[in-house]
Design a protein around this ligand. Structure first.
Ligand code: ADP
Ligand code: ASP
Ligand code: MG
Length: 417
């Protein structure tokens, strides 16, 4: 007998027929004698609709009320799946975050899980009950519902798996694993049997939305054996119930991966904007003076490029922010104009960031040069570059995103191995 947490994303529970299919996956594990807890997302499109309504009601709204509204999508699916399971003869009960409780901090809209009462769920296992938990939500110190940021049900699932010391956490989605790049953009993308925690962390934070970043962090810290697999597979096909090697992609320690590639995957993030401050004073404290106030305004600054100043007096500072934050950032910079001292500020939205990821880069030279040449051959202009030990990120004009992803995917032979 094993203890398994199963998470089902929005497309997997998009309608009652799909919820029935999900229930068959759950029943398979229950019938095999395992202890099972389930985490569900809202039905596909539901959260977007709820978010849209909060914006329509008021563009600047109270984050606590945003949470009260958007957390409701998961409540519906948890109840519907519990009903469906009961109808199949499975002892199931739905639970919301506050009932367990899943305790979070006070950052409404992007809360972090602080603590989960594992004993509550373990008691349910003891009763032979399948707990169906509403993902994406918990309860804050203010005693109000808090949501975990978009894609947060992945994090609910991994955090619950850690709290109950589950043998496995299965993230069921609309693809059958983690691919070398988004299969919607590159049909030649290949499914990876395994990917290291570090690489998955980079893939997720650089745009691959298959897992929320925080879920990968938790899986890495708490050593949760996490699989990404498809809910659309026939629940009763051979091998589906394989305990150690289910179909899908295992997120694991790099030591577990025998055949290391130099490059493992390509990720992309659309809707980046570039902001440049021209003729900024080249003196100590200028960067702190710019990026401190932007951080205080909760603006996520990503790539930063500071030019070497020719005369030692002035420099140019360029950085990227999500397109949705441009107006907010420009307002902050306008307020700082006198204290920082710059000539003009220029901004351009509609950029994309494409990234090449692989732990093999640590020991291989020339990976970046290959990317630059491949993009040049396609006449794709590079606006900014950042690198770390295991990734290269390149800022380009948005319309070239798909071409850049496919070009990089092919130049590293990811479509062939
Ligand atoms: P869910 O609703 O199940 O949480 P998401 O839409 O959040 O599903 O994530 C799954 C999607 O992630 C896939 O449909 C796919 O288009 C996208 N994706 C992006 N990059 C990758 C990748 N490298 N591997 C697999 N899927 C990816
Ligand atoms: N329903 C939430 C969202 O769409 C959480 C999730 O699906 O993981 O972001
Ligand atoms: Mg998701």
């Amino acid at each position: 007998m094993a203890r398994i947490v199963m998470k089902f994303g929005g497309t997997s529970v998009a309608d009652i027929a799909r919820i029935r299919n999900v229930a068959r996956h759950v029943k398979r594990e229950v019938d095999a004698g395992h202890e099972v807890a389930v985490v569900v997302s809202a039905m596909a499109g539901k959260t977007n609709e709820l978010v849209g309504w909060t914006r329509e009601a008021s563009p600047m709204h109270d984050a606590r009320e945003y949470d009260a509204v958007v957390a409701s999508g998961e409540q519906v699916t948890a109840g519907l799946l519990a009903i469906t399971l009961q109808n199949m003869g499975v002892h199931a009960r739905s639970w919301q975050g506050w009932q367990i409780p899943i305790k979070t901090d006070n950052a409404h809209g992007a809360a972090r899980i602080l603590d989960i009462d594992g004993a509550f769920l373990i008691k349910r296992f003891g009763e032979g009950q399948v707990a169906v938990v509403a993902g994406f939500q918990g309860i804050g110190p203010d005693n109000r519902i808090a949501t975990l940021g978009r894609g947060g049900s992945d994090t609910s699932a991994v955090a619950i798996a850690a709290a109950v010391k589950a043998d496995r956490c299965d993230i069921y989605t609309d693809v059958d694993g983690v691919y070398t790049t988004d299969p919607r953009i590159e049909p030649k993308a290949r499914r990876l049997a395994k990917i290291s925690f570090e690489e998955m962390l980079e893939m997720a934070s650089l745009g691959a939305k298959v897992l929320q970043v925080r879920s990968v962090e938790l899986a890495m810290v708490h050593r949760v054996r996490t699989f990404v697999r498809s809910s659309f597979d026939d629940p009763d096909a051979p091998g589906m119930g394989d305990l150690l090697n289910p179909p899908g992609t295992l997120i694991c320690d790099e030591e577990e991966i025998v055949e290391q590639q130099v490059v493992t995957g390509i990720a992309y993030a659309k809707d980046e904007a570039q902001i440049s401050l021209r003729r900024v004073g080249d003196r100590p404290g200028v960067a702190a003076g710019i990026f401190g106030p932007l951080a205080e305004a909760n603006i996520n600054v990503d790539m930063i490029v500071q030019n070497i100043s020719e005369d030692g007096k002035f420099t140019d500072m360029t950085f990227t922010v999500p397109s949705g934050d441009v107006d907010k950032a420009l307002a902050v910079l306008e307020r700082l104009k006198a204290s920082i001292g710059y000539d003009v500020v220029q901004s351009e939205a509609g950029m994309s960031k494409v990234s090449v990821i692989g732990i093999g880069m640590r020991s291989h030279a020339g990976v970046a040069a290959t990317a630059f040449k491949a993009l040049a051959d396609k006449s794709i202009n590079i606006r900014a570059i950042t690198t770390s030990e295991i990734k290269i990120s390149i800022l380009i004009d948005g319309p070239y995103t798909e071409l850049a992803v496919r070009t990089l995917h092919s130049v590293y032979g990811l479509d062939k191995q």
